[in-house]
Design a protein around this ligand. Structure first.
Ligand SMILES: [Zn+2]
Length: 249
């Protein structure tokens, strides 16, 4: 049974989230977003036997330094690094949709692509990014691609994924309508669930270290990540936050 403690606004969980096995689809803008935003929670779920697929909307080809100048080469590197990181987390599959980095928009054509992906993968749980969060912790500007990815996912899930009247041509191609049970939005403007990921923090760091083109000096990076914990009753604890929407029980 799940042990979930309810506080006034936020749920805190430090044990199993679901009793049955779930198919989880993580849809985010850039390679390294899954690990940075929610990698430890994904590692926790993988460890509990849930099946995890990543879907990256871009190759993050602008998020790198001048060491690499050829766009196709950067895409290749970022794809390889993302696959290694995903497998370090415990994910089974990584999909890339190859939209241009930095110019992601929640268009109707992206909505249809996402409906197709969700109908094909048939996830129980979708993980994305809170589209309403313009300023991370009120201190830094959230990348517009992150918000666009989240908005496109939200607008694809309801009502189109579950409704046969949307995209009947997809039905003809075998992509049947599908009900998503829950949507977990990382980088939330306001969290309603906090996951204790102390046990998975090392796995998160190990996965992030696979993104060699992004992290600079690995020792400095490791120290920075280890400092993100909170000391509670004398013990260092690590957490990841989400806005969790239960769509269908
Ligand atoms: Zn990003």
């Amino acid at each position: 049974m799940s042990k979930i403690l309810q506080t006034t606004k936020t749920t805190f969980t430090d044990s199993r989230t679901w009793d049955d096995q779930k198919k989880i689809l993580v849809i985010l803008a850039h390679p390294d977003d899954p690990e940075f935003f929610c990698g430890a929670t994904l590692a926790k779920w993988a460890g509990e036997g849930h099946q995890i697929t990543y879907c990256l909307l871009t190759h993050g080809e602008k998020g790198t330094n001048t060491e690499f100048s050829d766009i196709d080469y950067i895409k290749e590197i970022r794809e390889k690094e993302q696959k290694e990181a995903a497998f370090a987390i415990g994910a089974q599959k990584v999909l890339f949709m190859n939209h241009p980095d930095g110019f992601l928009e929640a268009t109707l054509s992206l909505r249809k692509e996402l409906v197709q992906v969700m109908r094909k993968e048939q996830p129980d749980i979708v993980v994305s990014c809170d589209p309403s969060n313009f300023f991370i912790h009120g201190e830094s500007i959230n990348h517009p691609d992150h918000r666009a990815a989240g908005l496109a996912v939200v607008e694809a899930i309801f009502p189109a994924v579950q409704n046969d009247d949307f995209y009947p041509e997809l039905l003809d191609e075998g992509f049947n309508s599908h009900h998503i049970q829950e949507l977990w939005l990382s980088l939330p403007l306001e969290a309603n669930i906090v996951v204790d990921v102390t046990m998975q923090w090392e796995t998160k760091i190990a996965a992030l270290l696979k993104h060699k083109s992004q992290i600079g000096n690995s020792e400095v990076f490791k120290d920075r990540m280890k400092n993100r914990g909170k000391v509670i009753f004398g013990k260092k604890k690590y957490f990841e936050e989400f806005h969790r929407l239960v769509i269908r029980k």
